[in-house]
Write a protein that binds this ligand. Sequence first.
Ligand code: KG4
Ligand code: ZN
Length: 350
Amino acid sequence: MKILAIDTSCDETSTAVTEGTQILSNIVWSQASQHAKFGGVMPALAQRLHEERIDWTINEALKRARVSKKDIGAIAVTAGPGLAIALGVGIAKAKEMAEGLKVPIIGVNHIEGHLLSPLAQPATSPPFPLKNFGEGEMKRVRWPALGLVISGGHTELILIKKIGEYQILAKTADDALGEALDKAARMLGLGYPGGAILEKMAREGNPKAYPLPLPMARQGENYWSYSGLKTAMFRLVQKTGIDLNKQQICYLAASFQNRAFQHLERVMVNTIEKNEPDSEILVGGGVAANMELRRRLRKLGRKTGLKIRFPYSVKLCGDNAGMIGVAAGWGTLKTGRTVDRRPRWRVDEV
Ligand code: KG4
Ligand code: ZN
């Protein structure tokens, strides 16, 4: 069954067409540059831009997937978590389409989308017969598995007992990892959102050049905390000077990123040791695009004996409707219930 999926949870207007785990098209129209001058996402602006752009992304997704509206068997839409008024745009459009086409509507949890994004497949991957593709991929994952969601809004290590049954093992007490990277980037004058540019700068920097504390991760504690590191970074940047040169920016970026990732790894190892899962870790969310982090997580995987699986393309790390369609197509087909926005919907309540 082909699903048309919509995500308007934050500042990306996105529509995709999926079938099982396959992504037939995935259109993402980012609003990031419009929000950049405010240094963060402005909800009312996000809502207006979603309204202006949603129809275009729907038409484009259908066109790229080479399907017409009558081929669509269900509409999936992100119901939460996210910005309430932004979510509302996608939900209203999804309802309108589901009624018009007389097909079911499926409300999807955005974090579940990120969580399952590493299991998505491109449309034309051989050698599996298209029909059985999703099933084949699923059989290769042994449940329970772990999922790490690292984005601008979330940092969660999740036990996936099976698809649709989740337990949060570790989470952040304050900032999300992506949020912390964005704030550090802003201190360095790198703009918003700054995770990707911070990574680029850090590549040319020495992570040991500046002293930054490693946030505490006492044995047995299962939460991250980035606020102390952020404050230390603020003081360090102030001390270093007002007109930072390129080398200073690169060194500071490398130092911050190094500590942020070390902290991520510490809490992960603590939690893994306590739970002793034996299959793999699925890694999703915007920060999963970071190549230095991927290298470190692969190393962590070798140490703990866990396979690490990332989404097949960087586009699937950031917000996109493809992952929402894949989550909707898999087990969690909870149709029939009314879809209302749920801005604070937790992944363990799906
Ligand atoms: O998943 P996402 O697009 O939106 C949320 O659901 O939050 O994640 C956005 C976050 C931002 O904080 C952004 O700076 C970060 O992902 N990000 C990165 C990279 N690309 C995006 N962080 C580190 N390295 C990157 N290459
Ligand atoms: Zn997201």
